[in-house]
Design a protein around this ligand. Sequence first.
Ligand code: ADP
Ligand code: TRP
Length: 331
Amino acid sequence: MERIITGVKPTGILHIGNYFGAIKPLLDMSNNYETLFFIADYHALNFIKSAEELRENSKKLAAAYLACGLDPEKIVFFRQSDIPEVFELNWILSNVTPKGLMNRAHAYKAIVEQNTENNLEKDQGVNMGLYNYPILMAADILLYNCKYVPVGLDQKQHCEIARDLAQMFNNRYGETFILPEPKIEESVAVIPGLDGRKMSKSYGNTIQLFCTEKELQKTINKIVTDSRLPGEPKDEDCTLSRFYALFGTEEQTAEFKKELREGLGWGEAKKKLFALMNEHIAPMREKYNYYMEHPEEVEKILQNGAFKARCIAKKMIAKIRKRIGVNPMAN
Ligand code: ADP
Ligand code: TRP
């Protein structure tokens, strides 16, 4: 089986968009690939400045993926910060990275452009963590010699940089790394938010995956509809029915749309949507709460994952050390 790797930053609470756009596709993919998946806590260090927040977010992210059905026997599930070899590779890769390549990375470029527009010094607010972010991500990928990297479109450039660095290293020291490729699932739909735009933390239009039943109901009530009254036919392709289709079977969704056409009131429709979503989410919520209350179990799973990941990482780093001429046996 070919090996894939991906990571997620522990930036906060997960929403329905993350579930259908990232979590579920990864779990599906793990049926066909040897899969490594990690919590990219060091990647979040740049914008999460409170230790407590970083710890809590990491804990929530781990609990959430386990609650969604991640099987730690099938997926090597670990925390980036448990793998010290990644920082060694990070330094080694820095030495084959042309500075100009980092100047062209999207996140850095966007800040420079904004600063220039605002007549500020071009590097204002940029620290070296942000600037070197793509090198650390390349180290994450290359340390495990992965062929594919399942990511969203926004991470495509980072994967290309990892590939470039692998190529530069191979050119200088001989074939060492497989050249990784991003695996962007084009068929994954963009999940709408409460207002019909893409669901995103930055738009504040999310439905949280593991809020309480009451909160879920309250959030569903906020889904924007038009002002048609009960009894008036509704547009069957509304945001409500798009959500319904995510959780319901084809038959259930067809029935829901028919009811809308026949004048089902928005209030009633929201109640039906809540019932359906809650039916699917409730067992996952229960698991999520369980893991949040049993952090020691989560920790054990992550330590187990880190052990497996480090077995791969240690072999790889020994090979890399030999290639570059430092002590391959260093411990
Ligand atoms: P947000 O936009 O809320 O900040 P992130 O950028 O943290 O979300 O997304 C993490 C993952 O979830 C990415 O792989 C992204 O493609 C996926 N994702 C986020 N929002 C959606 C959405 N509305 N529809 C589909 N996938 C999404
Ligand atoms: N940079 C990714 C993001 O912002 C997270 C990430 C870190 C990652 N290292 C990775 C993704 C390695 C894939 C492979 O979403």
